[in-house]
Ligand binder design. Structure first.
Ligand SMILES: [Zn+2]
Length: 447
């Protein structure tokens, strides 16, 4: 079947890239209704039940449901986001919004994050509808807006306001199924099945000083100078290493050479190997083994001849599974030390880490289907250090995985560098594999 399906997936992905649904974080960006229109016309065929939902004009979400015949059977939701992050053409070898097909690859922003999966999930759903698929369990395809900001108009809205339309016990969204290029003693292909993601605890601090004339700074209580010291302390802070169960399971499943495995599972040794690793891997190991603190925004002062009486600092804190907000705030307090009494906490988000069990009936099906397509493959449970829409569904009790299939030609290191990076592109072979994955998984899991 796959030539026609792959051709459709290629064309659909090109259209979604060309629609340029760039989410810059402002409510008026995104314009995901353009994607909804394309998907709707592609999916609109007899027997398909397609609905759209919007919290804000222009930022629609699309749902296609294939109702199961047995209310006690599981529901599977395939979810893809339709927005992309900005891309400036400079530094790209091709137009980031051209959707060009060159030597078997589709180029453009969103090709791997994650219009490829949004597309192949749609193609799979469309083929199942056309084939008259009548499963016991319900299949839902959900195309959501606003993943690249905070899901306010997308997954958060849909899970809070339209659970009747998207409620599911099992969810698959981005991302996984990418071949690891780390050394392994197991042979074959190690593919990541993302079972958990870190939380975000974004913090905004206010630092107060005393205004005065900039011409006489002796013994000044300068808010900008204090903020600079605080930023420097936070940036150089070394939070305690904590090796979570999910990290340990990942390390064991990857079957690293003994020396690496020993270092990766020993809190006292893990940091000593970081400088010996490729930078991309070192960043991943570091972020997977502790809460991280990155001060990324600073502002303050009013005029060059006025001693600053106020400054603001924003810190991106990423938290491990099972952390509490209070415990993480305690670490921030440690980092800031005796300047803690100079700061006021203006804002602190509470977006805790989420996790699903690796072992589940859905994992068993994904594993079997994957090996039917790539016989060498082994699924490895993974933690992602970023955030995805899966968190909204895990909080509702769903088992949610980040998965898909990419051509084994593409190693993880290259995949990661294209994510929000330059020259983002995907092999047509990856579109073929993922389309097959969704069709076979739906047939097997919902039968
Ligand atoms: Zn994404």
């Amino acid at each position: 079947m796959t030539d026609v399906a792959t051709g459709e997936a290629t064309e659909l992905l090109q259209q979604l890239i060309r629609n340029q649904c760039v989410n810059d974080g402002t409510p008026e960006s995104g314009n995901e209704d353009r994607q909804v229109a394309v998907l709707r016309s592609y999916l609109d065929l007899p027997g398909a039940e397609v609905q759209t939902y919007s919290k804000r004009e222009g930022r629609g979400n699309l749902v296609l449901r294939i109702e199961g015949t047995d209310r006690t059977a599981p529901t599977l939701l395939l979810m893809g986001h339709t927005d992309v992050v900005p891309a400036s053409a400079s530094g790209w070898q091709r137009d980031p919004f051209g959707g060009e097909l060159v030597a078997g690859e589709v180029w453009g922003r969103g090709a791997v994050d994650m219009l490829n999966l949004t597309t192949t999930m749609a193609v799979a759903a469309q083929r199942l509808v056309r084939d008259g698929f009548r499963p016991r369990g319900t299949l839902i395809y959900l195309a959501v807006a606003d993943e690249e900001n905070q899901g306010i108009y997308g997954a958060e809205f849909m899970t809070q306001q339209h659970w009747d339309a998207v409620g599911a016990g099992y969810v698959v969204s981005e991302n996984g199924g990418v071949r690891s290029d780390l050394p392994t003693t197991a042979g074959g292909l190690n593919l990541n099945l993302t079972v958990a993601e870190k939380g975000t605890q974004w913090v905004k601090l206010r630092v107060v000083g005393t205004p005065g004339h900039g011409s006489a700074p002796y013994a000044a209580d300068n808010a900008v100078a204090k903020a600079a010291r605080i930023v420097s302390r936070v940036a150089s802070y070394e939070p305690p290493v904590r090796l979570h169960e999910i990290w340990r399971r990942y390390v064991t499943a990857m079957a690293f050479p003994a020396e690496l495995e020993e270092a990766f599972t020993d809190p006292a040794r893990i940091d000593s190997v970081l400088p010996t690793l490729p930078l991309g891997l070192a960043k991943l190991v570091h972020a997977s083994s502790r809460n991280t603190f990155s001060p990324n925004v600073v502002s303050g002062g009013t005029k060059v001849n006025v001693i600053a009486d106020e400054a603001h600092i924003e810190i991106d804190i990423r938290t491990l599974p099972d952390e509490t907000r209070d415990a993480v705030r305690g670490l921030l307090q440690d980092a800031i030390g005796d300047h803690w009494s100079d700061v006021e906490l203006l804002y602190e988000s509470d977006n805790v880490s989420t996790a699903s069990p690796f072992e589940s009936p859905l994992k068993d099906v994904l594993d079997r289907v994957t090996r039917s397509l790539l016989p060498e493959a082994r699924l490895v449970p993974a933690l992602t250090v970023g955030a995805t829409d899966n968190r909204f569904f895990r909080r509702k009790g769903a088992v949610a995985y980040g998965y898909g299939l990419m051509s084994p030609e593409l190693p993880m290191s290259q995949f990661r560098s294209m994510f929000h990076g330059r020259d983002e592109r995907v092999h047509v072979e990856s579109l073929r594999l993922s389309t097959e994955l969704w069709v076979r998984t739906a047939r097997e899991f919902l039968a």
